[in-house]
Design a protein around this ligand. Structure first.
Ligand code: SF4
Length: 448
């Protein structure tokens, strides 16, 4: 049963030492009750508190691990319906579907592309997470051969899809120790597949045709000892998939309905690319833990990867880059110095525009807790005094002969304050938009 803030408070030390980051034990208890913090932040919990609060604050959606240690994918462990309530935890794992009806040479070629696919964006590498092999032949040997080719070629964790328990067992033996996800236990084969999951310590998909049937199935599988489950509820259309995913998430989080407390798998197949991308976008937002698609087309993967990155970024912790001075292009002692904040998106946009200009420059990135320029200024983090102190401490003054600092046009008002903080420097107000940096820098270099 969920503990109230008062229940939790009674179990805390009540010393109000503040080491957990909030001033009082009562405030911490309230945050714990709302699942906004973890008990581990308090250094002094009693054994009773760990036992009682730990159990009560356990995530209502189970964490499931798939794949070998060097390519492990984690799904589940979510605690909120909406990202702004706290954060979504584990990004939707994107899986590419293959089949044992494909030639081994084709599988080798396509899985190499899975291994190599990497989209770099704001300092993160976005990749394909999993591969699925469907036993379309129904036979054991082609399935095992395809599974080996796909696992070895892609370097990713595998979802084994078959209605033939003998084929599944042979593939599980071939991938021993690699924690493939078994697809799928149904009301008809639950006992046999539970035995396989337990024997090979592999997670298992529970698949049923209705919510009631699925709840009965997961209850049975859990009773047989299979804890690492993934839910699949095939839908007639995208709207139904969205509705079902939402119902499962709500049942797990709002109603503490344990049979729904597992990650969810959705499959999209046989669609043209625009429809596939539209449906994938809906499911990434609401609430696919694993999304299996039947294409590797870059024009489909690109928007999915970017959306996933945005949705699964912690809204309370903007992506940041390390505060320091970055040389961009062929920066030397005569190059201009620009300054901006450590919000990752700002850094990559500004540095990209400097590169596009062909003008070598030093880009000073000031610690602003990941805020953008205007937000950082409004919060008192991107002020003349702080920028001046950063420039002095960074050592850039000994690396450049120039004493010109280009600041973002949005904070032109700090130029006077900055001149006071940096005697001997000329403060130049740059453009408001990074997109105007190319002509600005070219003109700036031509004048100096
Ligand atoms: S660290 Fe623990 S004891 Fe200290 S205020 Fe927080 S909850 Fe109370």
């Amino acid at each position: 049963m969920a503990l109230t803030g008062l229940d939790i408070f009674k179990l805390l030390p009540k010393t109000n030492c503040g080491e957990c980051g909030v001033p009082t034990c009562m405030a911490f208890a309230m945050k714990l009750a709302a699942k906004n913090v973890e008990l581990a932040l308090c250094p002094y919990p009693s054994e009773e508190a760990v036992a009682k609060i730990g159990a009560a604050s356990r995530p209502p959606i189970r964490l499931v691990k798939i794949g070998p240690a060097d390519a492990e994918v984690q799904v589940g462990n979510e605690t909120v319906m909406f990202r702004h309530e706290k954060t979504f935890v584990h990004p939707t794992a994107i899986a590419i579907a293959f089949s044992d009806g494909q030639a081994i040479s084709e599988l080798a070629h396509r899985t190499a592309a899975v291994r190599e696919y990497c989209l770099e964006r704001v300092g993160e590498q976005l990749r394909i997470d999993l591969v699925l092999v469907e036993n379309t032949t129904g036979a054991v040997e082609p399935f095992v051969a395809a599974v080996k080719a796909v696992a070895g070629g892609s370097g990713r964790g595998v979802i084994l899809q078959s209605t033939n328990p003998a084929a599944l067992e042979a593939a599980l033996q071939a991938l021993d120790g690699q924690r493939p996800l078994i697809h799928a236990a149904t009301p008809e084969n639950a006992d046999a597949l539970a035995a396989l999951a337990l024997k090979y310590k592999a997670p298992l998909v529970a698949r049923a045709s209705s919510l009631d049937e699925l709840a009965a199935l997961t209850t049975k599988l859990a009773g047989l000892g299979v804890q690492d489950l993934v839910l699949e509820l095939p839908a007639e259309n995208p709207a139904a998939a969205l509705q079902q995913n939402s119902m499962l998430r709500k049942a797990a989080l709002k109603n503490a309905f344990a049979p729904a407390g597992y990650p969810v798998l959705n499959m999209l197949a046989g669609q043209d690319l625009p429809d596939l991308v539209a449906d994938a976008a809906s499911l990434i937002c609401k609430y696919a833990s694993i999304l299996v698609i039947d294409t590797q087309a870059y024009q489909a993967l690109l928007p999915m990867m970017m959306l996933r990155q945005n949705i699964f970024t912690d809204p309370q912790k903007p992506i940041q880059v390390e505060p320091k001075v970055y040389p961009i292009g062929e920066a030397d002692e005569n190059s201009p110095v620009l300054v901006t904040t450590n919000f990752s998106l700002t850094y990559f946009i500004v540095s990209g525009e400097i590169e596009n200009s062909g003008v070598g420059a030093h880009l000073a990135i000031v610690e602003c807790e990941g805020m953008s320029v205007l937000t950082g200024w409004a919060a008192g983090k991107f002020t003349g005094e702080k920028i001046g102190a950063f420039i002095k401490a960074s050592g850039i003054e000994s690396q450049v002969k120039t004493r010109r600092l280009i600041i973002p046009g949005y904070v032109a008002q700090i130029s006077g304050e900055l001149e006071e903080a940096l005697p001997g420097w000329q403060i130049v107000v740059g453009p408001q938009e990074a997109s105007d940096l190319v002509p600005f820098l070219k003109m700036h270099v031509a004048r100096t």
